[in-house]
Design a protein around this ligand. Structure first.
Ligand SMILES: Cc1cc2nc3c(=O)[nH]c(=O)nc-3n(C[C@H](O)[C@H](O)[C@H](O)COP(=O)(O)OP(=O)(O)OC[C@H]3O[C@@H](n4cnc5c(N)ncnc54)[C@H](O)[C@@H]3O)c2cc1C
Length: 397
């Protein structure tokens, strides 16, 4: 029990801890259903708006944004109708539209955040950023409370019907789920990611398997590229000069088509360790988890942001039934319905990762088997269709 004395107390129906894509989208969906919420986040708007993360939206994520009223993605996003798998120095295009009649949209997570925040702020959302010291209490009672400190040091209390933990991969809320089971997988490599001042080197993403390891050619804008290459997780960004970065990337992309990356100034570099993680159940009493708070995936399949948004669609529906229709069975459905998609995405991300990365200690057999797998995807319509369906997002059940 907190001993902090609150300066203010707010009553709401849903307190949302975490104002990233999951928290904001949920708040918007609840608003449409005339359910009150308060969103708190311990980062500032400026920090979130400038932290580069995801960039690829599935078809249904775009639909969700557009239906919610955030349609800038259709004007400023880039529609991608396929990706290339590159191995043995040759690119093979997987045509999503031809295979499954769907596309993805390249649209930075920073823009998703800006759009959702603006939408909620315009329709009167109670959004509190830059807070500290979040505490969540009494989640098994019918009056949970969230307590936090604002930027000026004053303590505030939110009294609520439900708490949603949308507080990302370092969630504090997930630890309140008693008896939770966790599933975890670490990988012996990481991605070295760079943002580069140069026009795109390719119109669509290129997922590359090379003898020196994985590389991904992605885009951000007409003047900024996003590039990644597989690295040792203990690598430090300062170990990599611009020259070394370009040399490594170019050699991984080299091939008989003489493909060359457009080089430019590196404006951001980061090492991204990755892991697979799932926690179940995603509900404890009147606390529900959404997005990275309950599950994370390796970035290879571009699923993390999309799963976070997919959770909110299910969550908004069960919350509406609980709060507006007094359906006491609704919240109990949430975990199974959300995790059905999460486990498909876990497999897809794991599969893409295993198929494209260089594994330490891999034998000649392992290398040739990996090439056999890639060949069976690009030469087979059935194989390519599996990739296209997973990448663009499985249709909703
Ligand atoms: C480099 C990188 C590239 C990626 N690329 C892709 C991609 O291409 N496609 C894709 O789908 N996904 C991608 N992802 C994953 C994606 O960014 C996440 O899955 C997504 O942000 C999850 O959204 P979320 O709302 O659940 O969590 P977050 O975006 O992490 O939001 C959680 C929020 O909670 C706040 N918070 C945390 N703790 C507290 C607390 N105690 N009190 C209050 N607030 C708190 C945080 O400040 C944060 O703003 C990538 C991730 C990284 C790091």
């Amino acid at each position: 029990m907190s001993t902090r004395t609150p300066a203010t107390s707010t009553r709401t129906q849903v307190a949302i801890v975490g104002g990233g894509p999951a928290g904001l989208m949920l708040s918007q969906l609840l608003h449409v259903s005339e359910i009150d919420s308060v969103v708190i986040d311990n980062r500032t708007h400026a920090t979130i708006e400038t932290t580069h993360r995801a960039g690829m939206l599935e078809r249904d994520s775009v639909r969700l944004l557009v239906d919610a009223g955030a349609d800038r993605v259709l004007r400023e996003g880039h529609k991608h109708e396929g990706v290339a798998l590159r191995f043995g120095g040759v690119s093979h295009r997987v045509d999503f539209e031809d295979l499954v009649g769907a596309s993805c949209w390249l649209y930075p997570q920073t823009d998703v955040f800006v759009d959702l925040h603006a939408l909620r702020a315009d329709n009167g959302g109670d959004l509190r950023y830059g807070i500290t010291e979040t505490e969540v209490h009494d989640v098994t009672s019918d009056q949970p409370r969230v307590i936090y400190t604002d930027a000026e040091g004053a303590t505030h209390e939110i009294v609520t019907d439900l708490v949603v933990g949308a507080d990302g991969s370092r969630s504090i809320c997930r630890f309140l789920v008693e008896g939770a089971q966790t599933y975890f997988r670490e990988y012996p490599f990481a991605w070295f990611g760079v943002l580069v001042e140069a026009p795109p080197s390719a119109p669509e993403l290129i997922y590359t398997r090379s003898e020196r390891g994985f590389a991904l050619v992605s885009q951000r804008t007409d003047t900024i590229q996003r590039l990644y290459f597989q690295c040792d997780p203990t690598t430090h960004v300062d170990d990599w000069s611009e020259d070394r970065i370009w040399e490594e990337l170019q050699v991984r992309l080299t091939g008989e088509d003489d493909f060359r990356l457009h080089e430019g100034r590196v404006i951001e570099k980061a090492v991204l360790p990755f892991r697979s993680f799932v926690q179940t159940p995603m509900r404890h009493g009147n606390l529900l988890l959404a997005g990275d708070a309950a599950h994370t995936v390796p970035p290879t399949g571009a699923k993390g942001l999309n799963l976070a948004l997919a959770d909110t669609r299910v969550l908004a529906e069960v919350i509406e039934r609980k709060l507006l229709k007094n359906d006491d069975t609704a919240l109990a459905e949430y975990t199974d319905r959300a995790l059905a998609r999460v486990w498909k995405a876990q497999h897809f991300s794991y599969w893409m990762t295993a198929m494209l990365h260089r594994h330490d200690g891999a034998t000649d057999f392992d290398e040739r088997r990996q090439l056999g797998e890639l060949t069976s995807i690009v030469e087979s319509r059935a194989g390519s269709t599996y990739l296209a369906e997973g990448y663009t997002g499985w249709p909703r059940a």
